[in-house]
Write a protein that binds this ligand. Structure first.
Ligand code: MGD
Ligand code: MGD
Ligand code: SF4
Ligand code: MO
Length: 759
């Protein structure tokens, strides 16, 4: 074992939980165990937030044994050394009396809320036995595994692989899947946006001042405040971003694609596009341009409620600000079944203005391997991937049963295909679900159907901090330590240059919880897969990651966030000049001062593909970016849309005391005309009914929403008995959304039609 500058944490502090008397509260909760003073480091520990999956670099310390003070890590400049309101509330989660700190076993019916505290040993033994049984009777592939991507998913997926199931799912199809798949198809890689240096930003419902991502939110702030960037926002709702925009257009829900296509039309028809860029780097332009011919602003206006004059002017302004301009490809891509085409159409407009690898445009991340190649030297260390390669299971995935989803399957999977497979038994019946850090009952769709699935399986295991709405249906609830109580492997945070950071334990473990790496490793070993877990400690793993470079590991742990070299964008001559001046061994710049000749794309053609043969082979007619009309609601219904609120995270934080105090309800936004027609006044009780379910809530009558649309912040209205601060407060979005999967991208669609009435 290695000894670094580790703080004086009690090893295996968890065991002390056993000595605690049951003194009221939920079984296995902190309340049941009785509060003890917090023990941990009083000097700042650099670590990583997990109040949302943005995972900002933080600096945290214990104050007087009572609380944890959390601020941003000042070394991480793009995050501004700041945390958001949720990030500052980590102590409230840590110390919440309702948090589960002992493994639990269900003793009543699934979802009935009857639990018994058990030991980890018993939990592992019983889960392993059941898993073996299912494997023997139905095959390992009949157990599905899911986890929000992040520190947990690797360990959960390793277990799946070792066990022999190909069915692993992240939250990909509930969130960024469409722009991920679209980028893969067009650029052969993920892309990022350089909002902070942009002079002109077109935003299609990217809710950055509420759906916070510290570095991107601060990037947008910087562009607006320091660069006088112009911001044009399309959102059916007057979001905070819309309120700070130069122009806001309350676009018809799900119709954005028509605007994106019309922008492309104008850029081509009015000769505003970057011909040199297109000639050099783009494949399929002819087919694409031919398709764009009919997508005029006049055509788009009739579909979107945005005037042709405005669309045309915006396209001209975008081209004028190019290349330091961007059409933002958003984050949560669940507005329409045509998400794949929408995100491709948005990328295409960026391609046409030639903003790739230009300041204020879009770019590919520069991890150590790429960066070092340009520098001609090992400027940044590369991380090793320690461990033993686990052979891939041979069974077919349940989502590639439909071949059009093969691209998504290789990224995060079509998570909600679990619902289809459970119902149809195709390609084979499923019998178990092992999940970590995911709460699909809130965050997928069709809550009632998920309940049916969970009740119908032979084994359900959930690893969470709370008895979440979904964990409430588990047979075994495995409590993970919060992010403030655990160490984890080093993570890559590279952007324009390589960067690493690491999560470190700030306080002693409260009760008997464990980090996910330990939970799934120990379960794996119980199942007999010890050969796949050659490391027995996270510090050994970290050391292997840095190729046993103690000094480097110490530096990453001390500074918390370490970046190497200076920012590089390949087509930005000033940056390339600075780069070549810095590194004597660097590749020489081209005649035009850029690294443009080195820009290659990992697509079949080696170019940016505006038309894709790969996609055409998956679904005939989808190779080109084509408009298809979709029906999101019936004529007598209103559009129902959702979004994030600044003080809560997805389906995760609504029971965290401090955040529940700030906001515990989600009143439904209703336009005054729509409300008046139904006799609804502000604050009235209302009912929303969709094809999937019905929910009662409160009305917020406001002009900040289209008359044909209602809006609610997501994550509220929990229906389980355990989360008392959130239960029954507000409307439950997942209960109103029917299950629908978008073509190619496999996205879960989060827009539907609802009927509204006074309750
Ligand atoms: N405070 C906070 N911050 C978060 C999160 C959180 O839960 N809370 N979650 C994090 C996560 S996981 C993510 S993915 C990001 C999400 O970041 P975003 O995707 O930016 O956030 P959302 O609020 O989901 O964005 C949806 C916005 O689109 C609008 N909208 C709905 N339908 C349409 C439509 O058809 N067209 C257009 N143009 N707009 C539409 C909504 O009104 C809303 O303003 O935020 C991250 N940061
Ligand atoms: N209707 C509707 N649905 C949506 C959205 C929407 O806007 N509207 N947004 C979508 C988006 S963008 C996303 S990303 C998904 C997110 O949905 P999910 O992937 O389900 O993620 P979260 O809701 O963020 O958190 C899930 C669970 O993680 C638990 N958790 C938090 N921290 C930890 C930890 O350290 N360890 C463990 N083991 N568990 C932890 C929480 O208690 C919670 O139960 O939701 C999507 N669903
Ligand atoms: S955006 Fe806020 S909650 Fe999310 S990781 Fe950053 S500080 Fe934490
Ligand atoms: Mo997300």
């Amino acid at each position: 074992m290695i000894k670094l500058d580790r703080r004086a944490f009690l090893k295996g502090a968890g065991a002390s939980g056993a000595a605690c008397a049951f003194s009221g509260g939920l079984p296995g909760s902190i309340a049941a165990m009785g509060a003890e003073p917090l023990k941990g480091s009083a000097t700042a520990v650099n670590s990583m937030c997990e109040m949302c999956s943005t995972r900002c670099p933080i600096s945290a310390r214990v104050v007087d044994g009572k609380t944890v003070f959390i601020e941003g890590n000042k070394a991480a400049k793009s995050f501004g050394g700041k945390v958001c309101a949720r990030g500052g509330a980590g102590h409230s989660l840590l110390y919440d009396p309702q948090r589960i700190v002992k493994p639990l076993k269900r003793v009543g019916e699934r979802g009935e809320g009857k639990w018994q505290e058990i030991s980890w040993e018993q939990a592992y033994a019983e889960i392993a036995e059941k898993m073996q049984q299912i494997k023997q009777q139905h095959g390992a592939e009949s157990v599905v595994f899911s986890s929000k991507s992040g520190s947990e998913h690797g360990y959960v997926f390793d277990l799946a692989k070792a066990y022999g199931s190909p069915n692993t799912f992240t939250h990909f199809s509930l969130c960024p899947g469409a722009y991920g798949v679209a980028a893969q198809v067009m650029f052969g890689t993920k892309v990022k946006r350089d909002l902070g240096n942009s002079k002109y930003i077109i935003n299609f419902g990217h809710n950055l001042y509420e759906g916070i991502n510290m570095s991107e939110t601060r990037g947008l702030m910087k562009a607006q405040m320091e660069k006088s960037a112009k911001l044009v926002v399309f959102d059916p709702r007057f979001s905070v971003v819309a309120s700070k925009a130069d122009e806001w257009y309350p676009v018809k829900p799900g119709s954005d694609i028509a605007i994106a296509l019309a922008l492309n039309h104008v850029l081509i028809a009015d000769n505003l596009y970057d011909k040199a860029f297109v000639e050099r780097y783009v494949a399929g332009f002819e087919q694409f341009a031919a398709q764009m011919r009919d997508y005029t602003p006049e055509w788009a206006a009739s579909l979107t409620d945005v005037s042709a004059k405005d669309i045309r002017r915006i396209a001209h302004e975008l081209a004028k600000a190019a290349p330091h301009a961007v059409v933002d490809f958003g984050h949560r891509n669940t507005f329409t079944p045509e998400e794949f085409e929408l995100r491709r159409a948005i990328y295409a407009a960026n391609v046409l203005i030639g903003n790739f690898e230009r300041k204020g445009g879009i770019y590919a991340g520069k991890k150590a391997k790429t960066y070092n190649k340009f520098a001609g030297a090992d400027v940044a260390p590369s991380l090793a991937k320690p461990g033993v390669k686990i052979p891939s299971p041979t069974a077919e995935r349940i989502d590639t049963y439909d071949k059009q989803f093969s691209l998504v399957a290789s990224m995060g999977g079509v998570y909600q295909s679990i619902l289809d497979t459970f119902e149809t038994g195709k390609p084979y019946p499923i019998h178990g679900w092992i999940m970590a850090r995911t709460n699909p009952m809130q965050t997928m769709t069709d809550r009632a159907r998920i309940e049916k699935v969970l009740k119908g399986l032979d084994l359900v295991v959930a690893c969470d901090l709370y008895i979440s709405e979904t964990a409430a249906y588990a047979d075994y609830m495995l409590p993970e330590s919060t992010y403030l109580e655990r160490d984890e492997e080093i993570a890559d945070k590279s952007g324009k240059n390589p960067a690493y950071y690491v999560r470190q334990q700030v306080v002693e473990v409260i009760g008997d919880t464990k980090p996910a790496w330990q939970i799934f490793r120990e379960l794996g070993i119980k199942l007999g897969y010890q050969d796949y877990y050659p490391w027995d400690d996270i510090h050994t793993l970290q050391l292997a990651q840095v190729h046993k470079d103690y000094a480097l590991l110490k530096r990453i742990k001390t500074e918390g966030y370490v970046s190497f070299g200076k920012p590089l964008m390949l087509r930005e001559p000033k940056m390339v000049a600075d780069f070549t001046a810095e590194f004597a061994t660097a590749i020489a710049a081209d005649d035009d001062g850029s690294y443009g000749s080195h820009l290659k794309f990992k697509t079949p053609s080696g170019k940016i593909e505006l038309y894709s043969d790969t996609v055409e082979a998956l679904v005939a007619g989808r190779g080109n970016i084509v408009f298809r009309d979709v029906t999101l609601k019936q004529p007598d219904e209103l559009y129902f849309i959702q979004g994030k609120v600044a003080v809560h995270t997805n389906g995760a934080t609504h029971n965290v005391p401090m955040l529940a105090n700030l906001m515990s309800d989600n009143a439904v936004w209703i336009h005054p005309k729509t409300a008046a027609a139904r006799g609804i006044a502000d604050g009235d009780k209302i009912r929303l009914t969709s094809s999937a379910g019905s929910e009662e809530g409160k009305a917020l009558v406001t002009k900040g929403i289209r008359p044909d649309t209602v809006f609610a912040y997501m994550g509220f209205g929990s229906k389980n008995r355990e989360l008392t601060r959130a239960t029954g407060k507000g409307i439950h979005c997942g209960n109103l959304l029917p299950h629908q999967t978008a073509p190619i991208s496999g996205m879960c669609v989060h827009t539907t039609g609802v009927k509204l009435e006074k309750a």
